[in-house]
Design a protein. Sequence first.
Lengths: 97, 536
Amino acid sequence: MTEYIVLSAILFTIGSIGVLTRRNAIVVFMCVELMLNACNLAFIAFARQHGNLDGQIAAFFVMVVAAAEVVVGLAIIMTIFRTRRSASVDDVSLLKF
Amino acid sequence: MEFVKPELEYAELLPLLIVFGGACVGVMLEAFLPRGTRRLPQVGLALVTVVAALVATVVVGMGLDEHAGADGSGGSEGRGLVGAMGSIVVDGPTVYLWGLLLVFALGGVALFGEQRLEGGVSAFTGQAAALPGTEGEREASTRGLEHTEVYPLLLFAVFGMLLFPASGDLLTMFVALEVLSLPLYLLCGLARRRRLLSQEAAMKYFLLGAFASGFFLYGAALVYGYAGSVSFAGINEAVRAGSANHGLLLAGIGLLAVGLLFKVGAAPFQAWTPDVYQGAPTAVTAFMAAGTKVAAFGALLRLLYVAFGGERWSWQPMLWVIAIASMILGAILAIVQNDVKRMLAYSSVAHTGFILVGVLGVQSAGDLAQGQYTSLEGVLFYLTTYGFAMIGAFAIVTLVRDAGGEATAYDRWAGLGRTSPLVAGAFAFFLLSMAGIPLTAGFIGKWAVFTSALSAGAWPVVLVAIACSILAITFYVRHIRLMFFTEPSQDGAGVVTRSSLLTSGTIVVCLAATLVMGVVPGPVLDLVTGAGDFIR
């Protein structure tokens, strides 16, 4: 059981480090999705450990929410890309301090 | 494993259902009405929906029964019921926050519907898909197109906000968090003017918001691993019973707090606030600044008080640090701004710190002196005063314009008090209320949260809070001096544009609310006290 939790923690860490270091908005967004999937893994592992269904139900909801987030997120990233011909998060710097 | 047919308390959940239904009908209107004729039905639908939900909220609030506690022992006092199979809790604080959110939503609909300021079109872009500066965009603006999708989006966001503080388990809270955030991400990117800034604000808000909700979710998973349940009542029992994996619980609380503190804009998770407040259309900023903060603080209070009440000594020190950081950072960075919207954004970070001072002042009811306000009551009152002042201030920001649209730079506001004393006076009044000058609502709000924190023994935080309040007065007063005692700049000053009744009415209502709550706070304080406590 612990192995799954450790794996999900590793995936979550990879995802959050990716968000902080990658420059392409699409890749940043993929890293966020990786974090959500790490959460799913943790939910399911804990559901097995506790022997109830709450965690598995949660995983279903997270998948639906992640799909909705993709729709909104890709729309926003697409508009930015079409305007600037770049999806780099470094270029989005008109607003600062 | 046996499935139980869910039973919903339709009567008590009516405000939620009305808003959600209204949003869905709005989407249908978008699909079936021709483009030119959509605006009036959409504005009308949004107004009717919000008003109907407000009436339903009042009815629900009048009819709340005493809650007997889950096991019939009357363990937790307060009125309300745990509905939707434990997912939604309708109690006194919930109903109060619902009412507050719906009043702010009403202001939001009014500001969204304003057309006179832009000369007959709304503040939202005519065609979000058209590139800025291209033929398509010019055509859309000459044909007077506009996105009426903003009204259903607003209603969906309101639905998420209503569900957020009412959620009875971590999963519902997560779904509510996303339902409130996703429409706001889109709304932020739809400004008619300065579209690059607006799109950039949307992207920053989205990426950081998604990042923060990832943290929230992992925290939820860890707490579920600790407690074996996602419901707040179950988590509370597990926390009080204690268990071996205490580290799991602490990590979970920390990660959940990151997600919620991001939403309220507390330091060190405040980086998005100024950019999003500045880049988003001002009507959206007004609605978002008030609504998101109210909803997210409601959720934060419920999570910390109901689910983790037994673990108070673990999360209180964390909130001490975050409250102090937010107040200092917000107040100092607001001083160095030269844009009105950014200044208001940083001041909202400072206000988040002040409200957190109230949140960390929680203590058991027995320790309170007679007639003293609990931290929950203080926070609810502060949120009320803050929301009205914020919406009013941002509504005035939409009025001050020059050739390029809204003039938010400081030098455009110089001398505004001479050309338009009424508008500048109203703005000054909102600033004074935010600064917490006596005879305004903000003073009573600060008083309520500071005293509750003080009686809980958090005097170092309260000292910092008072110092930061004084620091905050400097930049509010500096702006007032700029409006009234500075010569207008040579290269053009902002002019107050005549608005329709939608914007001016909102400003007048906010002004009246701020004034009344400052002079006779009794009725609202009674309402807050009557809301009672959270139930489990």
